[in-house]
Design a protein. Structure first.
Length: 288
């Protein structure tokens, strides 16, 4: 018989403001560094409409991009904030606009200044369609490693929080049981490679609790759902693989501070552009 769905509630730890905590940690870490390294050099607003292949949904988003030495990014959730000339030259570690999506992009750019060596770097190249497949295979390879370490049912049950069709398809080819949720109203209740994309507000925590591995997009930071996902995953022994275009440079903190098993940071330019991109894989350090 199928098991009855459990009701999962956010706990007190889920109320932690990860963005504020990341900002405080960066300020403390970089007190002795030259503030010029963290000056905002550029800000961009980008509107994208993109479909990497016929089997993928059409992505329709606004994006904030900020630059210090490298670029930080956040896909916009809610209203896109205006950018203005007075922002250029500000200290990206402490500059706050009050718009979460813009503030994430700016802080991400500040974190890009730190030198942090990934556990693994994957270079993807070619057309955007080819890169989408390379990226999906890289994510699936990390999921396979997590499944091998899973302490649950070993059912190969994978929840995708933020539906990505190329990743769904690759995991299905690898005989995983896949479910997907999303907050995009245009995507919820549509079919993606034979599975129904469910409403993330209603079903995400339930699926994270039941999964062996949860693939979570970096945009959950902007939607303020990441803390709750981390909390439920810890209680349920669900491994998280965070795939982050939004907040790619936060990856080491996600692993070392918040205990996320694996983070695949994808700094700008993303796989959606032809040419060459890098995927930076970080893993939580195992206890000795």
């Amino acid at each position: 018989m199928p098991t009855s769905p459990k009701t999962v509630h956010y706990t007190a730890s889920a109320k932690v403001d990860i963005l504020d905590n990341l900002r405080d940690r960066l300020v403390e870490k970089t007190r002795v560094m030259d503030s010029k390294d963290f000056q905002l050099r550029g800000l961009w607003e980008m509107t994208l409409l993109f479909q990497p292949n016929p089997g993928e949904r059409v992505f329709s988003y606004d994006v904030h991009i900020a630059q210090t030495k490298r670029e930080g990014c956040c896909y916009v959730f809610g209203d896109k904030a205006p950018i203005a000339p007075h922002m250029i030259g500000a200290d990206a570690r402490t500059f706050v606009t009050g718009n979460d999506s813009l503030d994430i992009a700016i802080l991400d750019a500040a974190y890009s200044v730190l030198s942090s060596t990934p556990d693994e770097t994957k270079v993807i190249s070619g057309t955007s369609s080819a890169k989408a497949q390379q990226r999906a295979q890289f994510v699936a390879d990390e999921v396979e490693l997590c499944l091998a370490d899973a302490k649950k049912t070993h059912s190969r049950h994978v929840a995708i929080i933020g539906a990505i069709g190329t990743i769904v398809a690759v995991l299905q080819e690898r005989q995983c049981q896949v479910v997907a949720t999303d907050l995009d109203k245009a995507t919820v209740n549509t079919m993606l490679h034979g599975i129904l994309v469910e409403d993330g507000m209603l079903n995400t925590l339930h699926h994270v609790e039941r999964a062996d591995v949860a693939i979570v997009t970096g945009m959950t930071l902007a939607t303020k759902t990441l803390a709750g996902i981390i909390d439920v995953a810890k209680r349920a022994n669900t491994q998280i693989v965070l795939v982050a275009e939004t907040g790619a440079w936060f990856a080491p903190e996600y692993c070392n501070v918040y205990g996320i098993h694996s983070v695949i940071g994808e700094p700008f330019p993303f796989y959606i552009f032809s040419g060459t991109s890098e995927l930076h894989l970080y893993r939580k350090q195992k206890a000795l």
